[in-house]
Design a protein around this ligand. Sequence first.
Ligand code: 0PR
Length: 380
Amino acid sequence: MDRKGLPKDEVMRLVSGMKELDISFGSGRIFGSMCTSPHPIAAEVDGMFLESNLGNPGLYPGTLEMEQEIISMLGSLLHLDRIYGHVLSGGTEANITALYRAKKITGRKKVIFPASAHFSVLKALSLLDMEPVMIPLDEDFRMDVQQMEDHLDDEAALVLSVAGTTELGVVDPVDRIGSITGDVPLHVDAAFGGFVLPFLETLHPGDHGIPPWDFRVKEVTSLSVDPHKMGGSTIPAGCLLFREEAPLKHISVSSPYLTSTKAYTLAGTRDSGAVAAAYAVMKHLGREGYERIVAACMDNTSYLEKRLRELGLEPVIEPVMNILAVHHPDPDLVQERMRKRGFFLSRVRDPPALRFVVMPHVTRASIDVMIPELEGALKD
Ligand code: 0PR
């Protein structure tokens, strides 16, 4: 650090220069991200809570009330009247916390999860020294229930399933999984799907083809859902929800010098602007607002699928959500060529495929700009 500070306008020039290096969602060039521009109300509200710290909640009863209100709004969305939980930093912290709690409660180490689980599960396993039992996928890229059953025994600490996989957006058969887990806790990672699936279900009642995946499945003990993905909130905000009261008491430690004498979450000092932002955007949009957003994303997903088929690119599956993957033998190469052209796609490992996440910032206009570039990149 320099001895003498710089004048504000000079610092602002430096910061603006750095900001220009970053790609914004508004550029229409990001097709592989699970985040998006926060809703304007979320952006505005976030800045009002720069001082709040839910790590010391006694000082911030208003922020704490918003956290509890978020949890209860999600309870009504995900079919659980009496719900408990916390707003954390995102899906990774939620998965780590869910595994940590399961290890403490059961005294066991074995975690059963599908090959499609997000890599944060591997982080959690390594951190907690737990034992991975990775279950292969069935022909629809969902956890193979028969193979899961073969591995389920009284050594298992947790079964983790996914409602909206990162790569393909598919939903594990959580109801069938729940019918065999018995006393083993069942966690559903709906970090992405949690703000999509409920609205697909109401948009297409009766014919959405999505099996029950939330707290309607009575064996589901915990579920994570991230406002900072399809929730339209600011980063970082991920919710970990539980059926059981005081769910994190098992992993709590005493914090005698704070306003609350027990600390429950992994993080100490906690971002609170994003909590206020999530509260604001959920109140403001309501179910109807999210339905409109999800309907537009699905419409754009169909449009993108049509345009990609015109280039000879075939979908890996008929998209369930606003994630679309198309077969390609060398997705890394195409991804790199597109990056050089200033466009950002993602890829799927198995089967090799190009992956597009049709977030609210992806529009028909941005698809129309991207497609000729992709056509070029396929031939480069
Ligand atoms: N669970 C699932 C199903 C996820 O898809 C993700 C993240 C997580 C957990 C972890 O969530 P956090 O990253 O919030 O801790 N999936 C995205 C991914 O890893 C996250 C992401 C977001 C990636 C924005 C890129 C990006 O630009 O692909």
